[in-house]
Structure formats: C-alpha cells, structure tokens
Design a protein around this ligand. Structure first.
Ligand code: GAL
Length: 964
C-alpha cells in the first residue's frame, strides 16, 4: 500500500534534472511519474518511498541486500554464481560499489570490458531478480587501493572529495562514464537499480557543494531513482545529509557494532548497540552498511572474523536492529568479500584475501552465517506487514531476564515482538511467560532464550489463507501451492514451542510426522504444542480455511529450506532456482553428496540441472528427487618447474636508456620529499606494483652510507644494491596512517657502503627496488592520506655528490587484465608472468628444492586440469611454508596476479577462480619470489576446497600471452 499523500515522496522527474534542477524532498504531495523509456522493452517500474519503506509500483518493499564487489572476483560468470547464492539466501537486493580506479588507468581512459563489464553485471542482477543499490562513489573506501580512487588522481592538484576544480574535472569524468550505465539499468527503465548511493561515509572535512554536485551529475545522466547516502558510524557524525545543501532523499547509516578485532571473536558490541538511527522523517530508516563480517586488520585470519560476526551475533544484532529501529532498508557488508587480486588491496587493513568472514566465503562456499541470513531473509522478504511498522506495546514478560520490544503494522495490526536477553552479550539460559495482547486476543506465551540469541515472534498475521494468532516459534516463510498453504516455523533445538491459529470451526489436525499436540478451545483458537526437534509435519484441514501443511523444525531444519518464487524446496547444498512446468519440477541445484531434495508441490517428475532424477511422491503431497553427488576430482601435482633469477637492474652495466629520467623538483603531493629530485613513482606515471630506481653518481671514494626513505604502504619492503652488490632490505613505511601526524622519517633504511666497493672518479650505480603495496584511502577526506607518495621519498649517499636518477615501473598497462595486474619487475616487463613465455632455457627446479638469493627469482610451471563438467570445484594454491629469509611471492595464473604470499602472513591458501583457471585445459603458473636473503619457498600444491555437482557454466576469461 502506498503511503499517505502527505508523506508520499516521489522520484525526481528526469526532465527537471536534465534542466539542471536538483531534487529536494518536499514532504508535500507530488505527482508520481513513471519513466517512459524501459530497457529492451522490459516493463518500467515506479520507485517511490515514504517514511516507512521504499515502494515499487506502489507495493512496499523491505530491501534486504548484501554487499558484493564485482572487482574482487575477476571472472564474470562467477558473478552469476555469487548473485544466485545471494538470492537463494533470501536477499532481494545487492549493494554494489563501482570502483573508479579499477576502470581507469589514466585520465580520460576508461574500460568497461571483460572483467570490468559492469553492464553485464547489472544484466545479471536483473536475471537473478535482485534489486541493486548502485554505489559509484566517486569515493568508496572498501579497503581497496586509494579507496577506489584511480592512482593518477594523486597527480591532480586540489583536495579530493571537495569542489576543488581539479578534482571536480576528474570525478565528473568518472561519473560521466559510470552514470549512464547505471541509469539504463534502473527499475524505472525495466532494470534492477532501485537506489543510487552518492559518495561514501562523507562525514569529515565535507563540502556540501561537492555533495550536491555528485547528485546533480547523477540526475543529469538520467538517474531518477532515490538517491541515498551511507552516513559514517552513527548520526553523531555530521552532516548526515538528511537536510540542507547536498541532502539526499534517503539518508542511511553504517553500523559496525562488533568493530574489527577478529582475534577476539567473543568480545561483542565494541562499537555499541548497532541500532540504526532514523535520519529523516520523510524517508525509511536505512541500515546502509550493516556489519556482516570484518576487516582482518590484525591478521587473525578470516575464520576469526566469521566467528566475531557469526550466527549468534546476527540473531542478536540484526533482529534487535530490525525491531528497535524499524529499518526497512538494509545493506549487509559483505555478503561475499572476494579477493584483492592484483594490487586491489589498501595495505593498512587487508591482504590478498578479502574473505571478510562473510556468509559466502572467498571460495564461494556457504557457511553457518549463510544459513542465518536465509532464516532471516526469507522471513523479512515474505512477511509484508514488516514493511510498515510503528513502535508498539510489547508483551509483558514475567521474568526480567527476558526482554521484549515490539512493533506493529498500523494497517494490519500485525505485531512483531523481539525477545532477547536485556544484556545482549550474556549467554544465559532464560525463560519467561509473556502476556501478549495480540490482535486476536490475549495469550500466555512461554518463551526461552538459550545463550546468545534473539527471536522475532509474530502475532496477528494473515499467513496466506491462514490466520497466525501468535507463536513462540519464528516464522521462516510460507507459500501457497496446489490449493493449500505451506508454512515453516522454527525454534531452538529441544526448546518447547506453541503456535495458535484461528479458525471459524474446529479443524481436523493430522500429525504426519513428529510429536505435536493440538487443542481447540471452541473460541476459534487452535493451539499446537511441541518441542523443536527435527522437522514435524502437521496437516490441518477444515475449520473454514483452505488446508495448511505446517512444518515445525529446529533452526538447522529451517536452514534446509529454499524458496524460489512460490516453490518451497528442502535439501541440497544450494537450490538456485525452482520452477514447475506441467507435472515436472525443474531445479537448478548444487550438491556436495548424493541427497534427497523435496519440493512442496504435487508434481511427479523432477529434473536437476536439466537431467531427470528418480522421484517418489510422499503421502503429504510433496515430491522427493534423488540427486546425485559430485564425481571424483583428481588434481595434478605441480611438476615441471623451471626457474630463473632476475634483477639485472642491479648490475651496473644494465641498459636503462629507455627508462624515465627522474628529475622533477616539484610535486602535486601535499607531502614534500626529503631530498630532490622528486622520486615519487606516481609522479612519473608508475602507479602499481614494484618500481626500480637506478641512481648514478661519480664516486668520491669517501662514501660511507646509503640513506634512503621509501613509502611502500604497510607491509612492503625495499631492497638496495650498489654496483651490483646487495646491501640489504628495509621495511617501507608510510607517511601518514589514520589520524597520526605526518611521519617525517618514513621507511628509513641506512646501508653501509662496503669499503673498497666504490673507486674515486668512477661511475657508481645505486639500484633500488621498491614495492608498492597499494594506495592509502581517504576516508576522512583529508587528501594527505590518499596522496601520500609511493617509492623513494628521500635518497642520498653520505660522502657522494649529486645522483642522477632513472625510474622504471609497469612497462605497459595490460589491456585485458587492467592497470592493477602487474608492476615493474623485470619479469613483469618482459612477460615472464604470461602464458606462452619461452622458459625452456630456464633451469629445471621446483620452489621446494631451490634456494633463492636476495632479489627476484621466477618459477614457472604448467598444469592441465580436467575437472568434471557440470561441477563447481573451487581450487586454491597452497603454500606449505618455506624457510630461510623473509620472502614474498607474487602469484600469476595465466598471467593474472592472484595475490601475494608473504612469509609470516595469515594467508597460505590463494583462491584461483574458475574462468581465470582453465577448468579443462592447460594453465600457466608463474611465481615471482622476492626474497630478502637466502630462502626456500617450500612446497606448493593445488587444493580443492570443495566439489559440487552443479555450479554455473564458467567460460574461460581471456588470458592473452601478450596484449597490445
Ligand atoms: C565502511 C566503509 C566501507 C568499508 C567498511 C569496513 O566504513 O563505508 O567501504 O570500508 O567500512 O569494511
């Protein structure tokens, strides 16, 4: 039902925007308008909202979305896999950041092809049936390099995230590319985009004119869905963009109540209660980013993060938030985290894996968190009265150990009652009797909260053709099939449950399975009493209603259900979709073992992924299919290794004539160099990965020490050679982290000049290899953080005269793999990482058997995979652990940089996504080992994370040997 005329707001009229006008919420009645042009003949929809919820074509929507970063999964067909998994978890939406730097290697150059084809991504969201909150920044944060800014922005004068002219030109350029793509995929044109998020947590050092202009650019590009914003942290950060210049239509709040200490997963609520605040009286409450995982800043490993934000947290915090805040728009950050492949990571916070402890793992596996999302998501997206609620009187609890809170729909009077411990962190086992004044009468309802838990109970709900008076079980979902209703209720294992349904006369109750007692009180109340144990089945007929098949189960049983359209399915590892034609149910499903899958419909035949499976019909009019498990998977050993060392740049005679002369004396960076010339890599156009420097000077013979400062970003190193002699390595620092003052001496390294190495009057060559671990973000819009340089920021040789410098980074941007794929190692510049590189002349030796010296050593191997068709077998590359000096390894598969293994780091398994990996064919593996001394990398193997029959068809991602 649409909202009242007084509060109903309408979307911007595109014509008004095109004329340069800015939409501002008026709170007054306004004409709704349907955009006239739909994409590809698809029906256009109307998107509106009021203080309760968004509406599509006047129907209220509870937006339950999960965050997904396409740029962290470089295999477009796997986007579909993840989107379908998100949808199957009960989400009806996804929040998508769009990453400026991922698409733009240089000013004016943008690429939306291949793994960057976001038009395709948005088509997939339409096919998956997911609404999209489009979040193109321009700034996105996201623990990604530069917070999503392209590294070339460091060379643009003027403060980023302000209306400074330099930045304005730059971000308008980005928006002029991304906005039209988003615009044509709006719901108002038959697409999936339901809202547009302007900027990101823009709460410090703000500039309202800029915030306003970001929206103006969107409107001018035809964005006519509501514009949102995700306010940082809580409403104490101002402005909230709820009013005034730069205001958005639906202001939202980001909540990360658990913070990010994954080493202490039991410590809850570090950042508070996590209740999303209402920022506007005219717009729904929007939990724009609600914590669904954590950054692993202290390198505890992703399982700690998954535990910190696990099912118990989800139950207590998400359900509390739902009822306390009345939010009807949610974005859970992250639903699937993915991989910081290439140089995607922002080095302060993350490493290669961006698993994030999310519900779907980096290897696309479903976890216990996924089950909890499903339990909550099926509920929130099934029960329409939740879309419009006000605070209501809660049932009284006869024991203070059980806390209640309630909301009610003012139209249907349906009540939603939160039941939890008063202190949400306690793991007590508390019971109480609730006296519940429900719409259908007053009921005494016993409840029990066992451990860290919370429940949302429902009363007075028209459940299909049934009337749910009250229940101490939670409602998973319900549907109507074959003339009867099917509903699933669930509760804590072994805890008693009671459900009351209303009838006009005594119905017939047949317990098909389990132990359920029923009593009819003569006043229309049918009470069912049971313990939550396994899955009980009760068929209720008569009583003036159509039949009801009631399924009463434990939480674990509830998680076995899937809902696709109106079809309810039980079993399997994943059911992507279900539909029925004639007498046959067609499932798209994944299984990790042979199993039964039951569909709650009267069909008699079943196909799974297109193939018929044996079926049987049950007495309760369902059909069960026997679905085969996966075929056996065999993985090859990694053999046939060849190796070659590199770093010829260290040799004095190396030919660096084509290198860039580094002789600048000024820089745009607000951080000034310690010595001149400016040696900042970005100033010379080398933005990602390693850079080499060669400095020439005429020796005096008096040189005593090489004094360097290098900024690599956290976790990086640099290495130094003088006349080909290795002097050592040092940790690259950073100039400014978080709120700390600017460090005047970042990444210092002093190296003694060996006596006799330099001869007076002869040319000496200092070679320095500096890694760039990624660019800092700019979350507080200070600019000094994201603009802090990479590479050498100070260089001198005590006792020597002036040094003439040259610099070399990435030779050429890889057009297919993008600007973040490779840096300036000799091997990267000459294609050692690419398929087809001629390595026959290299020495046969495996990483486990070969000790490497300081500097860079490459290993290459090829392997063939023959994974079974119609299967999903996620593979990782596993590092068994080596010995000797610290070392790090860049991993190239078919030329794609899939991450960096670092000794002592938390990660040993590196995701190799299908598509990049040829699942049936030849693959090239190349490793660039950068060692600080003598080291052995250790054994390396392929590892199958899982094997599922099913999956999505995955085409090979183009992986050219040489790109133009
Ligand atoms: C938010 C931010 C996201 C991400 C998240 C933590 O503050 O908007 O982009 O950085 O924190 O993972």
């Amino acid at each position: 039902m649409p909202g009242s005329p007084r509060t109903k707001l309408t979307v911007l009229l595109a014509a008004f925007a095109a004329a340069g006008g800015l939409w501002a919420p008026t709170g007054a009645a306004a004409t709704e308008k349907t955009a006239e042009t739909a994409t590809a003949g698809k029906p256009a929809h109307r998107v509106t909202y009021d203080r309760y919820s968004m509406m599509v074509d006047g129907r209220r929507v509870l937006l339950w979305s999960g965050e997904f970063h396409y740029f962290r999964l470089p295999s477009p067909d796997l986007w579909r896999d993840v989107l379908e998994k998100i949808k199957a978890a009960g989400f009806n939406g996804v929040s998508l950041y769009f990453h400026w730097g991922y698409h733009s290697p240089a000013p004016g150059v943008y690429d939306f092809t291949g793994v960057r084809d976001v038009d395709r991504l948005l088509r997939m969201t339409e096919e998956a049936g997911l609404y999209v909150v489009a979040r193109p920044g321009p700034y996105i944060n996201a623990e990604t390099t530069g917070g999503g800014f392209p590294a070339w922005l460091k060379n643009v004068p003027g403060r980023a995230r302000s209306s400074d002219p330099g930045y304005t030109r730059a971000y308008r350029e980005w928006l002029s590319h991304i906005n039209p793509i988003i615009a044509r995929h709006q719901l108002t044109r038959g697409g999936s985009v339901i809202a547009y998020n302007a900027e990101n947590e823009y709460a410090a050092n703000t500039d309202a004119a800029y915030m306003q202009d970001v929206q103006k650019q969107a409107r001018a590009a035809g964005i006519d869905v509501p514009i949102t914003h995700n306010q940082c942290c809580d409403a104490s950060w101002t402005p909230t963009w709820a009013s005034g210049q730069g205001a958005v239509q639906i202001p939202g709040v980001d909540d990360y109540p658990q913070a990010f200490e994954c080493r202490e997963p039991d410590v809850w609520g570090t950042w508070g209660e996590g209740v999303t605040e209402r920022l506007s009286d005219d717009a729904p409450v929007y939990a724009a980013e609600y914590q669904a995982g954590a950054i692993d800043g202290n390198k505890a490993g992703c399982e700690g993060c998954r535990e910190l934000t696990g099912p118990n947290f989800m139950k207590v915090y998400y359900k509390s938030n739902l009822i306390t805040s009345g939010a009807t728009m949610f974005g859970y950050y992250m639903s699937f985290g993915g991989t910081n492949w290439g140089r995607l990571a922002q080095p302060n916070d993350v490493y290669t894996s961006y698993d994030y402890g999310a519900a779907i793992t980096e290897n696309r596996q479903l976890t216990g968190k996924y089950d909890e999302f499903k339990r909550q998501g099926l509920f929130t997206t099934t029960v329409a009265p939740l879309t419009k609620t006000d605070p209501a009187a809660a049932p009284s609890s006869d024991d203070a150990a059980v806390h209640t809170e309630a909301r009610a729909n003012p139209d249907t009077r349906t009540q939603f009652v939160l039941v939890r411990h008063p202190d949400r962190k306690t793991d007590a086992d508390a019971s109480a009797d609730l006296t519940w004044n429900a719409p259908d009468g007053t009921y005494k309802v016993p409840v029990r909260v066992k451990g860290r838990d919370a429940k949302v109970l429902v009363a007075g709900y028209d459940m299909g053709g049934q009337r749910l008076a009250v229940s101490s079980s939670e409602l998973l979902t319900h549907t109507t099939a074959g003339g009867r209703d099917v509903a699933v209720l669930y509760g804590t294992e072994d805890v008693p449950g009671m459900t009351v349904l209303r009838y006009t006369s005594k119905p017939t109750v047949k317990v098909l399975d389990g132990d359920v007692r029923s009593t009819y009180d003569g006043n229309g109340n049918l009470q069912l009493d049971y313990d939550h144990r396994g899955l009980a089945r009760v068929l209720i007929t008569g009583g003036g209603r159509r039949p009801l098949l009631l399924l009463l189960g434990t939480e674990a049983e509830a998680a076995k259900f899937w809902k696709s359209g109106d079809l309810l399915v039980r079993g399997g590892t994943l059911v992507r979709s279900a539909k029925i034609t004639g007498n046959t149910v067609h499932l798209r499903a994944d299984t990790d073992r042979a199993t039964d899958v039951e569909v709650f419909t009267n069909a008699s035949r079943m196909t799974v992924n297109g193939a018929p499976v044996p079926t049987r019909n049950t007495s309760d009019r369902t059909v069960i299919g026997r679905v085969p498990g996966p075929a056996k998977v065999r993985l090859p050993e990694l053999t046939g290794w060849r190796t070659a060392s590199e770093a010829p740049e260290a040799a004095p005679g190396f030919d660096d004539r084509t290198w860039t002369v580094a002789d600048r004396t000024t820089t745009v960076s607000p951080i000034k160099p310690k010595t001149l010339p400016v040696l900042y890599a970005d100033d010379y156009g080398y933005h990602h990965g390693h850079v080499w420097y060669r400095g020439r000077f005429t020796a005096t013979g008096e040189e005593s020490e090489v004094r360097l400062n290098a900024i690599t970003g956290k976790g990086g190193i640099y290495q130094v050679w003088l006349n080909g002699r290795y002097l050592g390595s040092a940790a690259g620092g950073e100039q400014k982290d978080s709120d700390a003052p600017i460090n005047p001496d970042p990444g210092p390294g002093n190296f003694t000049v060996p006596s006799g190495l330099l001869k007076k009057g002869e040319t000496a060559v200092l070679s320095v290899l500096v890694e760039n671990m990624g660019h800092n973000d700019d979350w507080t819009a200070e600019d000094t953080r994201q603009k802090q340089p990479r590479g050498l920021v100070g260089a001198s040789v005590a006792g020597a005269g002036p040094i003439a410098w040259k610099i070399q980074g990435t030779a050429k941007t890889d057009r297919v793999r993008g600007p973040l794929n490779n840096g300036g190692l000799y091997g990267e510049r000459t294609g050692r990482h690419l398929p087809g590189f001629a390595d026959r002349s290299w020495t046969p030796a495996s990483p486990a058997a070969r000790q490497v010296g300081p500097g860079v050593t490459w290993f290459r191997s090829g392997f063939r995979l023959d994974l079974p068709k119609g299967h999903d077998v996620p593979l990782t590359l596993r590092f068994g652990g080596g010995n000797g000096a610290e070392h790090r390894v860049l991993i190239y598969v078919n030329g794609w940089n899939l991450g960096e293994y670092v000794t002592g780091g938390p990660q040993r398994d590196f995701t190799l996504p299908a598509g990049i990996l040829r699942q049936r064919g030849a693959n090239t593996l190349a490793l660039a080992v950068v060692a600080e001394g003598q080291a052995t990398v250790g054994p390396i193997s392929l590892n199958a994370v899982a094997a599922h029959r099913g999956g999505v068809p995955v085409n090979d991602v183009p992986s050219p040997g040489r790109t133009s």
